[in-house]
Design a binder for this molecule. Sequence first.
Ligand SMILES: [Zn+2]
Ligand SMILES: [Zn+2]
Length: 294
Amino acid sequence: MDFSIYDSDQTLSWSEIEDMRKGKQIELEPVYTEALVPVDKCGGLRLHVLGSGSKGNCCVIEGPEGALMIDAGFSKKVAFERLDALKISRAKIKAILLTHEHSDHTKGLGVLSRGLQIPVYCTQGSSESRSVSKEVSPYIIHSRDSFDLAGIHIQTFPTSHDAREPIGFRFEGDGDAVSYVTDTGNLSAEAKELLSDARLLALESNHDPDMLKNGPYPYVLKQRIASETGHLSNVQAFEVLSTLISSRTQTVIGMHLSETNNKPDMSIKTLLPGIGTSPIKVYAARQNRPISYQ
Ligand SMILES: [Zn+2]
Ligand SMILES: [Zn+2]
């Protein structure tokens, strides 16, 4: 195994690295690039995760007619490198959609909006935050909205997070559906409704409750993360998963994993019982390994 191709910053979990050192064969998550059938040939939607986690979030939802960036939590350099790695044409990306204003979602907002020459869409609340207002002049969308961009139908719903007006998304196009939520302490009935019955579900799986409890964070921060306006834990994601999947669901991705309070294998193992016996693939998105999901 050539470790040099991975970032030092826990691209693999420590247990994976330890296992590799002991010579154990690890099944790495697939990094789809050339193996993917182009979206305009296969139809439907595809989710590319440039990176997801507490240190930066940026994804691309791609349809046959165009693509949209979700959040902009990386520098232009890193985002462009990862778009290239996943063979995503920059010209195809038509807009940036923002979930909320926290820096792990907006660090690259201005440079990416200018660099790609595309507009930003966010809620009024997010637009009033300094991290957004000092960088861009966004189009305002509502937290309960429905509109079309780049040939993709988008529905928004409010999330429960310590931000001004945070939202999650449901994307539909070409008979396909992808639902997406991160940065929420709980899921309302309304959120569950829009997240359910998607072919691909990207669901926050931020922390392992025991790792958070026993970890190094100050008590106040632990309380904040575990609160109703914090982040969904692996266990909370598991508890809701069975109500969100359907016969249509093929892929579930655990999102926004904490590097301090979670591990990809723990997220996957906790989520797995939530799919029961259905043949759904379950993955955990990584902070430093861009992946395109089928
Ligand atoms: Zn946040
Ligand atoms: Zn975040």
